[in-house]
Write a protein that binds this ligand. Structure first.
Ligand code: AMP
Ligand code: MG
Length: 344
């Protein structure tokens, strides 16, 4: 199969992409978070192809992408009033809500759960394609399972060229980390995944929220997680990543003393001079966490190279988007963190 690259600004792209979705085929779509591998979310056979092409375990549920809050009630019931307030404030945008699913949502889409995740992406071309196809589009990140997420059309082709009919090229993703996921089905709203919408922003509308333990710690592979997907080791490059904590100079001294020829350093732009001669890779500026979010997965893809033995990574501190970046980097590192000061 020849994979078509459809430019987002070409007048024929929305109709072409929507026709493919309606016919039950897969189309990779840009969003403000990452590129998604999209299919008709109401068609179990179309959805089955997403799992097959990605190599995704069948119990890892998908997010339904909608054109707006007015579609929520078509696919969810027992919708709390707070869901509409969140949608009004943050949609279109990087916020996914988990709600009780109506029976028209296939179990293939929800990974067998009675709940479904919904979101309205802040990407005009993709909303247009959803509207024209007349169905909600189920789309997980378009990477092969276990690989870092896709934040450019090139990344999608690297993983799926010849395996899917089309990729809509909308340029690099602005946010670069996957959406924030909030579960509204329990007594207290539960943050399942941090992203572009921060816990502080959510608390302004929801009051108290619980941060799920999978956000900050490694889950054992047999854990029955609230979101089944959380037990899988996502975003992981092939070689081991380890986070080195601590102040800039202290961390640099530790890394320079320990790194070998086949190792790489993943650091902030401000730190590049500290690693002169070590071939460091920067993923953004520490004083601009948005740039770290936008650059993280592209950097992890560069480091996804069997020739590299070990990656020493620097992780931002703080809240907001930095919190989402910490979570992705810690997952890539399987939560292995070295503190040079503690090691003496
Ligand atoms: P991805 O689209 O690959 O970035 O990941 C989608 C993620 O959304 C899954 O791995 C789950 O963690 C989460 N998710 C989707 N649907 C549900 C649901 N019904 N309940 C809880 N989490 C969900
Ligand atoms: Mg993913």
């Amino acid at each position: 199969m020849n994979t078509m690259l459809l430019p987002a600004d070409h007048p024929d792209t929305p109709v072409l992409a929507a026709e493919l979705i309606k016919s039950g085929a897969l189309v990779a779509l840009p969003t403000e978070t990452v590129y998604g591998l999209g299919a008709n979310g109401l068609d179990p056979e179309a959805v089955a192809q997403i799992f097959q092409v990605k190599g995704r375990p069948g119990d890892n549920p998908l997010i339904l992408h909608l054109t707006g809050a007015d579609q929520i009630a078509q696919f969810c019931h027992h919708i709390p009033e707070t869901a509409y307030r969140l949608a009004e404030r943050f949609w279109p945008g990087p916020l996914t809500m988990v709600l009780p699913a109506k029976p028209n949502v296939p179990k293939r889409t929800t990974g067998g759960l009675n709940t479904v995740a919904v979101r309205c992406p802040d990407c005009e071309i993709t909303r247009k394609i959803i509207a024209l196809s007349g169905v909600p589009i189920a789309a997980p990140s378009a990477n092969l399972s276990g690989k870092p997420s896709t934040t450019t059309a090139r990344h999608v082709l690297d993983d799926h060229n010849g395996k899917i009919p089309a990729v809509v090229d909308g340029g690099p993703c602005a946010v670069g980390v996957e959406s924030t996921i909030i579960d509204l089905t329990g007594d207290t709203p539960r943050l399942l995944r941090p992203g572009g919408i921060t816990p502080e922003q959510l608390r302004q509308i929801l009051g108290e929220i619980v941060i799920d333990e999978a956000v900050t710690a490694q889950l054992s592979p047999d854990a029955v997680a609230k979101a089944p997907g959380m037990k899988y080791r996502h975003y992981a490059p092939q070689e081991p990543v380890v986070i080195v904590a601590g102040e800039r100079e202290v961390a640099a001294r530790y890394i320079r003393a320990h790194m070998r020829k086949e190792d790489r350093v993943l650091c902030f732009e401000e730190e590049l001079p500290l690693y002169a001669g070590c071939n460091p890779l920067s993923y953004g500026r520490e004083d601009d966490p948005d740039s770290l979010g936008a650059g993280l997965f592209a950097a992890l893809r560069i480091l996804d190279d069997p020739g590299i033995h070990q990656v020493y990574a620097r992780c931002p501190k703080g809240e907001g988007v930095a919190f989402a970046v910490q979570n992705r980097l810690k997952k890539a590192a399987a939560f292995r963190i070295i503190d040079p000061e503690a090691e003496g």
